[in-house]
Design a binder for this molecule. Structure first.
Ligand code: PGA
Length: 228
């Protein structure tokens, strides 16, 4: 469904600006976008993309870097123009300038039409960990112990010691500025975070709950994640 919504946005506006996420959750959505490109003529030739986040200190071509992830999962398999894909540079010397340039580029293309998100088991969105301010913008953040553990369970890194301690991330306000938000959640490990985000108060202790009140925000969950 997420791929269908993204495809619809691109067909409505071939120069659509799409926000993307990494992690285990969106990989099937990217697989379906590749299929739509190959079999149903969906063209990304005019599309601009912005990714949520990147580890600090990992070169873009590092095996666990998010630039590499996006290249392999999506960008190299569709007709998107490389210069239209924006992933924060985890090796930037001046991280403040890198973050400011990211915000500037989003503004320069008129804002994000649809931002695809996952959710962390601790309720984070992008690398906005609990406590992130609702008005936060793209910046350097410290990763929480939960996130370091989740990303070193063998899916990505094998050892917590390998996981960078910091990252560059789009802020809550950066994400909330997207005209449409689609958050994906799969598996029982996300159930508590999802419930808190949807049914709890809107609070910085659960960053995904700060999406409440967005005029066009859709949460797509499987049965395990919703628990119904
Ligand atoms: P996951 O990560 O898709 O790998 O579960 C989601 C997230 O932490 O936002």
């Amino acid at each position: 469904m997420a791929a269908t919504l993204i495809a619809r946005a691109i067909r409505a506006r071939p120069e659509a600006v799409i926000g993307l996420a990494t992690g285990s959750t969106p990989t099937r959505c990217y697989g379906e976008l590749v299929r739509l490109h190959r079999e149903e003529g969906l063209s990304f030739a005019g599309v601009r993309t912005f990714n949520l986040d990147e580890y600090l200190g990992l070169p873009g071509d590092h095996g666990q870097g998010y630039r590499r992830f996006m290249q392999e999962q999506l960008f190299e398999r569709i007709d998107i123009r490389p210069w239209n894909t924006h992933v924060l540079d985890g090796m930037a010397r001046d991280t403040g300038a890198e973050c400011a340039a990211f915000e500037h580029r989003i503004a320069a293309v008129g804002g994000v039409d649809l931002w695809l998100l996952g959710i962390g088991a601790n309720g984070h969105i992008a690398f906005n960990e609990p406590g992130s301010a609702a008005d936060s913008r793209t910046r350097v953040v410290d990763l929480s112990a939960e996130t370091i553990a989740a990303n070193s369970d063998g899916r990505f890194f094998k050892d917590p010691a390998e996981v960078p301690r910091q990252a560059l991330t789009a802020g809550i306000a950066t994400i909330r500025a997207a005209r449409r938000i689609v958050l994906l959640a799969t598996g029982a490990g996300k159930r508590a975070a999802l419930r808190t985000a949807v049914e709890g108060p809107s609070t910085e202790s659960c960053p995904a709950s700060l999406l409440q009140g967005h005029p066009d925000c859709l949460f797509l969950a499987d049965r395990e994640a919703w628990g119904a």
